[in-house]
Design a protein around this ligand. Structure first.
Ligand code: ADP
Length: 429
């Protein structure tokens, strides 16, 4: 393994893995730190943690466990991945985790930049922009868990770390890789431990890449990844995303109520393919558990005779108005918990019926299904839409899967995804 990555949430991990694959690396993503040794021959592993909003000490602990495992597997460089909007609580966790990793790696200097121009995240003079506006005007100032009220990353990072924070600004970036390397040396001589890096284009990230070659630790969003594979002589190649040939039946399980997913469900239904809808509004608060179980059985009985003919869609996706009614009737958390449990049970049932090609819509829904299907590792394959690749769970009957978080994907995502899987794996099998 060349690059060992630690991501502070699941969908962010896939986003990073996707960028590495597109730049020429063969990548495995794991859910949590594995207990066993790495079984596949890959260039990078992304250990996905859920450490963004947990207490800082716990985040440090989990990140150090991941680090230890990655080093034991031979990782030559470590990449700590956080959100492209630098999501952090008042206590961190970006600063404390960065410091702990630097201490463990005996690393005196590292960078920090969430820049990801392809997704509209740019850093200029140390200020983070989301699209055309500063981070603290982008809606992120109202985020329920990680409100970001200051766009100045030097200040934000300095409030989270004992080490001195500096800046490599756009004027240095414009002068190229050796100027960046020179500036890094200068900052280090001035006692700086962490440097925020300006980047407003993919070119900036590609110029930055070679300057990071001998750095034991990189901290960044997923953008910096595009400049790294070349440090190992790796070029963009379809081989990086090659997955085994797809087999088994196809199913789409959707528990996302985001607008994009609502559109995808509607689009799929107009194509005349079979679908089955959970309607929790028909459940009563007192009987919901039993009614949910009965509906799971109904959904599976409905799907069984259809699977041999093509994909089936089983969904709970609904519009905001109905969702509100369900939540008012059953309780917000309880409704989510039951729906996630229902879709997780549906996926286990479908797996027993022979489904091996999965499209799963919804971040929380994906988490519930992946856990129920007992998937702990997946190899990252070709991209379907920005940020959403096909994956393959090796040594496991689950087969191929794509995990789509709420607002990702074009309206025809469900059918397109299955088409992409079957053409791309046929070509590379
Ligand atoms: P997204 O990625 O769009 O946020 P998630 O799966 O993370 O999707 O979250 C959607 C949540 O809404 C899940 O907890 C899911 O179980 C719940 N949910 C889905 N459909 C319904 C429904 N019809 N009624 C109530 N809750 C629902």
């Amino acid at each position: 393994m060349k690059l060992g990555c630690i991501a502070d949430d699941f969908t962010g991990a896939t986003d990073l893995a996707n960028n590495l694959v597109r730049s020429g690396m063969r990548v495995m993503q794991t859910f949590g730190t594995p207990t066993a040794t790495l079984s596949s021959d890959v260039d990078a592993v992304v250990v996905a943690l859920k450490s963004r909003t947990i207490p800082a000490q716990e985040a440090v602990q989990k990140s150090l466990e991941a680090l230890q495992w990655l080093r034991a597997q031979g990782a030559e460089q470590i990449y700590f991945k956080y959100c492209s909007t630098f999501d952090s609580t008042a206590d961190g966790n970006i600063g404390p985790v960065t410091e702990a990793l630097m201490d463990a790696l005996d690393c005196k200097f590292t960078i920090a930049t969430p820049a990801f121009p392809d997704n509209g995240r740019t850093v200029f003079k140390g200020y983070l922009f989301a699209g055309a506006v500063l981070l603290n005007e982008s809606g992120m100032q109202n985020h329920p868990l990680t409100p970001m009220t200051d766009a100045n990353l030097v200040r934000v990072m300095q409030s989270q770390t004992q080490r001195k924070v500096g800046l490599i600004d756009h004027t240095v970036m414009a002068r190229g890789t050796s100027a960046i390397a020179e500036k890094m040396k200068q900052l280090q001589n001035e006692g700086v431990g962490v440097a925020i890096v300006d980047a407003t284009s993919n070119e900036d990230l590609k110029t930055l890449g070679p300057a990071l070659k001998n750095m034991p630790l990189i901290t960044a969003g997923s953008g910096v990844a595009i400049g790294l594979p070349r440090n190992w002589g790796l070029q963009v190649s379809v081989n990086a995303s090659a997955l085994p040939k797809a087999q088994g039946y196809q199913a789409i399980v959707s528990g996302s109520c985001s607008l994009a997913t609502q559109g995808q469900v509607a689009h799929y239904k107009t194509s005349g393919l079979p679908s089955w809808q959970f309607e929790p509004l028909l459940w009563s608060a007192a009987e919901a558990h039993a009614q949910m179980k009965a509906d799971v059985a109904k959904a599976l009985a409905w799907a069984q005779p259809l699977l041999a003919k093509g994909p089936v869609l089983i969904y709970a996706t609904t519009d905001a108005e109905t969702l509100q009614k369900v939540q008012a009737k059953l309780g917000r958390e309880q409704a989510s918990e039951w729906m996630e449990s229902a879709l997780a049970q549906v996926s286990v049932g479908l797996q027993k019926l022979g489904v091996k090609q999965w499209v799963i819509a919804g971040g929380e829904t994906s988490g519930a299904c992946v856990q129920a299907l007992n998937i702990s590792q997946m190899q990252i394959g070709p991209q379907i839409d920005p940020g959403v690749p096909w994956c393959f769970a090796p040594n496991h009957t689950a087969g191929h899967l794509t995990l789509k978080s709420g607002n990702f994907g074009t309206p025809d995502f469900f059918t397109k995804a299955l088409k992409v899987l079957n053409t791309s794996t046929k070509a590379t099998a």
